[in-house]
Design a protein. Structure first.
Length: 133
């Protein structure tokens, strides 16, 4: 239906995918990396899974936070996770995906933080992931 209405096939497939909120970031990633949207989407999804970014994002959205900075803390955590996912996806597209013990440790910490569902734990995991590149 989207293609029939003039939307390019790659963009239409992104729009139809779960996680529609990521579509603008994926299209931007494709443009910046000079790759087809499908490749950018695969890199985005791949690092999201490998480094538990999707789980961290869901945990941040559901985290209990109180106080005058609660909404801002959640928004900042979500923005940071999106930026991390973009940087890691760009690294994957350029053949420089983080590997080895540091990457495995950061991924494990991210999974633990997601399970904890706490903004502080999510922040610690985000900093560990940021050190990957």
């Amino acid at each position: 239906m989207l293609v029939a209405s003039g939307i390019p096939e790659g963009s239409a497939s992104l729009a139809a995918a779960p996680g529609l909120a990521a579509a603008p970031a994926i299209v931007r990633l494709a443009r910046e990396a000079g790759v087809p949207p499908e490749a950018a989407s695969a890199a985005w999804s791949g690092v999201g899974e490998a480094f538990a970014l999707d789980a961290l994002r869901a945990a941040a959205e559901g985290a209990r936070a109180t106080g005058p900075f609660a909404a801002r803390a959640k928004a900042e955590a979500l923005a940071e996770l999106g930026g991390l996912q973009g940087r890691l996806a760009r690294a994957r597209l350029s053949g420089n995906a983080p590997e080895g013990a540091l990457a495995r440790d950061a991924a494990g910490l991210a999974r633990e933080a997601a399970a904890a569902g706490d903004l502080v734990a999510i922040g610690v995991a985000a900093r560990a992931l940021a050190r990957l590149g």
